[in-house]
Design a protein around this ligand. Structure first.
Ligand code: ZN
Ligand code: ZN
Length: 91
């Protein structure tokens, strides 16, 4: 398994680093969704994921070419979704 950090040493996940927050709401009960953390350690970097939602996508620059896989979930009804957060350069 390749370690992409070897090739992109300056890229990091803005969600892991607290630079952005999940601001989606549950499609079932409208509860605010919570970031359940990264999934890479469980499923590996090549597992399928949902594209990041449009409002989050607009935050990221075009050059983002690596992703951090997160699980977001509803603490109320248990609905969840995997999203790939594009990594960015963090100073
Ligand atoms: Zn992350
Ligand atoms: Zn819910």
């Amino acid at each position: 398994m390749k370690d992409t950090k070897e090739y992109f040493p300056d890229l990091d996940c803005p969600l892991c680093n607290g630079l952005i927050r999940v601001e989606k709401r549950c499609p079932k009960c409208n509860q605010a969704l919570v970031d359940g953390g990264t999934l890479e350690s469980y499923f590996g970097p090549y597992s399928p994921y949902e594209e990041v939602d449009d409002e989050l996508q607009s935050f990221f620059p075009e050059y983002a070419n690596d992703r951090c896989l997160h699980l977001i979930y509803c603490p109320d009804c248990g609905w969840d979704k995997r999203i790939g957060i594009p990594k960015i350069v963090i100073e």
